[in-house]
Ligand binder design. Structure first.
Ligand code: BES
Ligand code: ZN
Ligand code: ZN
Length: 505
C-alpha cells in the first residue's frame, strides 16, 4: 500500500494537480502554493494549460494525464469533473486515487490537490492510500508484469502543522491498511483461504492489537446448535468456523455488533452455479473480511465504543455430505428452516451469527447499551440487478439507525441506498413443513433475503442489513481508488458509523 506523508512544501519527484473543465475551458486546481517561487507559477500554469489543450485533456473524473515537464520532471493531472462547481470530498478521494493508480513503481510523488479543510485533506490522503493497491502475492514468473504501487504519497498542505491534519493522515493510513487487508482476503483464492485459515489469520492480526478472539470449530458449532453454519459447511472438506473479534475499551457506553457473511467459496452447493463467472464467488466472504477489519481499525483509532465483529465462515460445496434441497435444519436459537435452495446459504450462516451476536450483547455486563447490529453480506445477485455494480443496499427495522448509517456513508464516500421490506413478500418464504423456508419470491429477491434475516432479529434491537454483493468485487476495470478484484466496500462506512455513534453519544 502507498504510505502517506504530510508536508508543507513539495520535495523532488512528480507533482499531482487537479484538472476540471467548464464549457470547454480547462482549469488547473492546486493546493495553496506556499511561496511565490513555488510550482506552479502563473506562467507555468499557462504553459501547462496549452499543453493540456493540445493533448486533448478533458478534466473528467478518472482521467489522468501525465505531462513531461522540466521542474518538476513530471506533472500528473487528475480529473475533478466537467460540470461540478463544487469539489466534494468523494471527488477528491477519487481523483487522488486515480492519480495514485497511475503512479506505479515510483518512490514518491507530491500531491498538490486543492483543499481548504482538514476533511478535504483527509479525502485526498484516503484516496492516495486506497488507490495505491497492487495484488501480486501469487505471481512468480510474471511478477515483473505487476509493478509495485507508489511507495509514498506526500500530501502537501498549508494545514500540515496542525494536529488535526496529522491525525487525519494517521486515520487515512489506518483506513488504507485495513482496506488492503480486506482486499487481500477477497483476492486470495479458496485454495489458500478456508474458514480455518481466515480465522487463524484474523486471530493473529487481532491478537497483535490486544483484541479478544474466539473461534468455534465444526465440533463446537454442531454441539452448540449452530445448524445454519453447520449445514452450509457440511459438504466441504474445509469445515466451518464462527469467529468473534471483540474490542472492549474500558470507558465504552455503547456497544455495536458487526456480523459478516464469510463464505470462502460459494459453488451454490447442490444448486450448483453455472461455471461462467463462478470464480467471482471467492469474494463471498467480503462481508466477514470487512467487519473484522473494521473492528481492528476502530481499535487502532481507540474509539470509546465496544465493538464485536462476527464472521460466519463456511465453504459451500457439492458432495455426498452436502445439504440437500428439502433438508430441514435447526438454527441457533431453535428456529427451523427448510432448505429449498442450497445456493441461498448466506442467510443460513448469518441467521445463526445474528442470533448469537444479539445474545452475546445481551449477556454483556459492562453496562454499555447496544446501539445496534449491522450485518454485511454478498447476499444476492438481485442486489446487482437492482442497484448496479457500485451501489450497495441498506435495509433496516429502524429508520433512525439507517439515517445515521447513511450519514456515515455520505461522510466516508460509500454508496448505499435504502431499500424497503414490502410486507407482502413475507408469506412467500413460508414453509409447509418448517418454521420458514430459505427462499421466497424470485421477484424482489434482495428484499426477501433481508426479510429472512429479519426473522432472526429481536424487534427491540436496531438492525441494518447491508447487501454488497456486486460492489464488493470489481470484475470490470479499475476506477478512482477502486482496483480490479476485491474493493473493500462497507469498511469505511462501518468505521464512520462507530465514530458518529461516539460523537452523538
Ligand atoms: N453469493 C451469492 C450472491 C452473489 C451473487 C454474490 C453474485 C455476488 C455476486 C448468494 O449466495 C446466492 O447465490 N444467492 C442466490 C439466492 C437465491 C438462490 C434465492 C441468488 O442471488 O441468486
Ligand atoms: Zn449462494
Ligand atoms: Zn453466497
Amino acid at each position: 500500500m502507498t504510505a502517506l506523508k504530510l508536508a508543507s512544501a513539495s520535495s523532488n519527484g512528480p507533482v499531482v494537480l487537479g484538472l476540471s473543465a467548464k464549457n470547454g475551458r480547462l482549469t488547473i486546481h492546486h493546493g495553496e502554493v506556499p511561496t511565490k517561487k513555488a510550482f506552479p507559477s502563473s506562467e507555468e500554469k499557462r504553459l501547462l494549460l496549452s499543453i493540456l489543450k493540445d493533448l486533448g485533456a478533458t478534466g473528467t473524473v478518472d482521467e489522468v494525464v501525465k505531462v513531461p515537464f522540466s521542474k518538476p520532471r513530471l506533472v500528473i493531472f487528475t480529473g475533478l469533473g466537467v460540470t461540478s462547481n463544487q469539489i466534494d470530498h468523494e471527488l477528491l478521494r477519487r481523483a487522488s486515487g486515480a492519480a495514485t493508480r497511475s503512479l506505479l513503481a515510483i518512490q514518491s510523488a507530491n500531491y498538490l490537490l486543492p483543499h481548504t479543510s482538514v476533511e478535504e485533506l483527509a479525502a485526498i490522503a484516503e484516496g492516495a492510500a486506497l488507490g495505491g493497491y497492487v495484488f501480486s502475492e501469487f505471481r512468480k514468473d510474471s511478477k515483473k508484469d505487476a509493478l509495485p504501487a507508489l511507495a509514498t504519497a506526500i500530501i502537501i498542505s498549508p494545514l500540515s502543522a496542525s494536529g488535526a491534519a496529522k491525525s487525519a493522515i494517521r486515520r487515512a493510513g489506518i483506513i488504507g491498511r485495513r482496506t488492503t487487508l480486506v482486499r487481500d482476503l477477497i483476492n486470495t483464492p479458496p485454495s489458500h483461504l478456508t474458514p480455518k485459515t481466515f480465522s487463524e489469520r484474523m486471530k493473529k492480526e487481532a491478537s497483535a492489537l490486544g483484541l479478544k478472539v474466539e473461534i468455534l470449530n465444526e465440533t463446537s458449532l454442531r454441539q452448540k446448535g449452530y445448524g445454519g453454519i453447520s449445514a452450509v459447511g457440511q459438504g466441504s472438506a474445509n469445515p466451518p468456523r464462527l469467529l468473534r473479534v471483540s474490542y472492549s475499551p474500558a470507558k465504552a457506553q455503547q456497544r455495536i455488533a458487526y456480523v459478516g457473511k464469510g463464505i470462502t467459496f460459494d459453488t451454490g452447493g447442490l444448486a450448483l452455479k453455472p461455471a461462467d463467472g463462478m470464480e467471482a464467488m471467492k469474494s463471498d466472504m467480503s462481508g466477514a473480511a470487512a467487519v473484522i477489519a473494521s473492528v481492528m481499525a476502530i481499535a487502532e483509532l481507540k474509539l470509546p465504543i465496544a465493538v464485536d465483529g462476527w464472521a460466519a465462515l463456511a465453504e459451500n460445496m457439492v458432495s455426498s455430505t452436502a445439504t440437500r434441497p428439502s433438508d430441514i435444519i435447526s438454527m441457533y436459537g431453535g428456529k427451523t428452516v427448510e432448505v429449498i435452495n442450497p445456493d441461498a446459504e448466506g442467510r443460513l450462516v448469518l441467521g445463526d451469527a445474528l442470533v448469537r451476536a444479539q445474545e452475546f450483547a445481551a449477556l454483556d455486563k459492562s453496562g454499555a447499551t447496544l446501539l445496534g447490529v449491522v450485518d454485511v453480506a454478498t447476499l444476492t445477485g438481485h442486489q446487482g440487478v437492482a442497484l448496479g455494480t457500485r451501489m450497495s443496499a441498506a435495509m433496516t427495522n429502524n429508520p433512525e439507525f439507517q439515517t445515521l448509517f447513511l450519514q456515515a456513508c455520505a461522510e466516508s464516500g460509500e454508496n448505499f441506498w435504502p431499500m424497503p421490506f414490502p410486507e407482502e413478500l413475507r408469506p412467500t418464504f413460508d414453509s409447509p413443513v418448517a418454521d420458514i423456508a430459505n427462499m421466497g419470491d424470485r421477484m424482489g429477491g434482495m428484499l426477501v433475503a433481508g426479510m429472512f434475516l429479519r426473522e432472526f432479529i429481536k424487534p427491540e434491537n436496531p438492525w441494518l442489513h447491508l447487501d454488497i454483493a456486486s460492489p464488493a468485487y470489481n470484475s470490470g476495470t479499475a476506477f478512482g481508488y477502486t482496483p480490479v478484484g476485491g474493493t473493500g466496500v462497507s469498511l469505511r462506512a462501518l468505521i464512520r458509523l462507530a465514530e458518529l455513534a461516539v460523537s452523538q453519544g
